[in-house]
Design a binder for this molecule. Structure first.
Ligand code: EPZ
Length: 417
């Protein structure tokens, strides 16, 4: 099934259970490489990026077993290997293998990582941090090689709180010789999850105020069992679906605190938000109000990963809304489709000006990246008639059950070939 058909949906009603977090699971899977023995991860989402990471781990000698949402990673047979380009290109998270492999094997060869095309996504911060820890890099025909003797702890100052580069530095530092001080690091919940996992396995990581992480290298980490936390972006996607379509939805296991930036905006726009013993309840009927200005930013700012889904919501709101993309240089791929559906949006560089509300009429569309793909599904739910969305493997990279979860809420959509 490589397409999703969607019909206009009048309201979403019911409960939805939030899956485990992709962006927490992937670096934690990479972190398992640091641990000699068998780690067990639970609540791991069944998504294509996790399949891809399992494959990469197997290529470097790990035994990976999966049943339902549980994963065991046995690193007993770990060895250094050049990774095939095709696999590495499938996702950005391939780069999280760099720190652990340098730590355990002292050498890595891979191509530059792929992932969603959201503008420039260099790895210069990753390289510079590792160089400061004693790593040498060289170019290969289709990527780069890196090697080191034992990684050396040092003072590291991040030019920007990049999520991936923070993960690389942490993963390199936990078993390095001596102490690493990491200034200006990213504070996204997925970083907190990675640190919590590593601490339980024996890593020595402390936070000082809000500015510096101190990581004292240890010689050994021990195997543990760990539960992957809920996915804040999937929860946010369903909140945006409710805001776009209307109705009443209860999100079970939604990480409420991590979604404060979105919940504050939705509440100002007119969505009623409450809590009961089973989860977070969002409700609205009628028209929401637009928001004068929304800018995506580093945590706890508004997540860039929810910019596309929020853009869809704003097309259905009264008045003009302005959206500024503050993280990536090219994350407005869906604007052309929203306009073709009927939206009134002007976009210039990293700004979008939305005049709403506008009625949508269904059209054929193609997902071009993960979160934008999910946003197209939301846009199709508010469009009269049928929409067909192709290239849905992008969506399956991060959403375990987008179609069945929305169906469970009364959404009129289904897989098609
Ligand atoms: C992570 O990507 C997430 N991916 C992204 O989610 C998320 O959008 C992003 O963080 C921001 O929150 C994963 O966790 C797997 P960054 P990452 O390094 O680590 C620039 C999703 O849909 N930069 O914080 O790649 C970069 O170009 C994905 O789930 C450099 O210039 O993001 C960007 O403008 C999409 N040089 C900015 O920093 C570098 O070496 C932030 O990127 C690294 C980054």
């Amino acid at each position: 099934m490589n397409a999703i058909m969607v019909e206009k949906t009048r309201a979403l009603r019911g409960d939805v259970l939030i899956q485990g977090s992709k962006n927490a699971a992937l670096p934690i899977m990479a972190a398992c490489l640091l641990i000699d023995g068998v780690c067990t991860l639970t609540n791991v989402p069944q998504i294509l990026d996790v399949d891809c990471m399992c494959h990469l781990l197997k290529l470097c000698g790990c035994k990976v077993e999966r049943w339902d949402h549980t994963l065991t990673i046995d690193t007993t047979g770990l060895h250094c290997c050049p990774f095939p380009t095709e696999e590495v290109l499938q996702m950005r998270s391939s780069i999280t293998l760099l720190g652990p492999l340098l730590s355990r094997c002292g050498r890595v060869e891979m191509s530059y990582p792929g992932g969603c095309v959201l503008g420039e996504r260099p790895i210069d911060y990753h390289k510079s941090l590792l160089e400061q820890m004693g790593v040498c890099f060289w170019d290969t025909t289709d990527g780069f090689g890196a090697s080191c003797d034992r990684l050396q702890g040092t003072y590291l100052c991040m030019p920007f709180p990049s999520v991936g580069a923070t993960e690389t530095a942490i993963l390199a530092a936990v078993m390095a010789e001596g102490t690493t001080w990491l200034y200006g690091y990213a504070k996204e919940p997925e970083i907190k999850a990675l640190c919590a996992f590593l601490r339980k396995a024996g890593a020595n990581i402390s936070e000082f105020g809000d500015t510096v992480l101190q990581i004292e290298g240890v010689n050994r980490l021990h195997p543990i069992t760990w539960k992957i936390p809920s996915d804040r972006i999937v929860a946010g996607t369903y909140m945006c679906a409710l805001a776009a379509v209307g109705g009443k939805v209860r999100l079970q296991k939604a990480p409420e605190k991590e979604l404060e930036a979105l919940l504050t905006k939705l509440s100002r726009m007119g969505v009623t938000i409450s809590k009961d013993s089973l989860g977070l309840v969002l409700e609205h009927s009628g028209r929401l109000c637009g928001i004068p200005f929304l800018e995506t930013g580093i945590y706890p700012g508004f997540p860039t990963d929810l910019q596309s889904t929020m853009l869809v919501v704003l097309t259905q709101c009264k008045g003009m809304s302005v959206v500024k993309e503050g993280i990536f240089s090219n994350r407005f791929h869906i604007v052309k489709y929203l306009k073709a559906l009927g939206a009134c949006i002007e976009q210039e560089e990293n700004m979008a000006y939305v005049h709403g509300p506008t009625a949508f009429t269904g059209i054929p569309m193609k997902a071009e990246e993960l979160r934008g793909g999910a946003a197209l599904v939301l846009a199709a739910l508010v469009a009269e008639g049928n929409s067909r969305i192709e290239n849905i493997s992008y969506i399956k990279r991060g959403y375990e059950n987008l179609v069945s979860d929305l169906q469970g809420l009364g959404g009129r959509l289904w897989y098609a070939s």
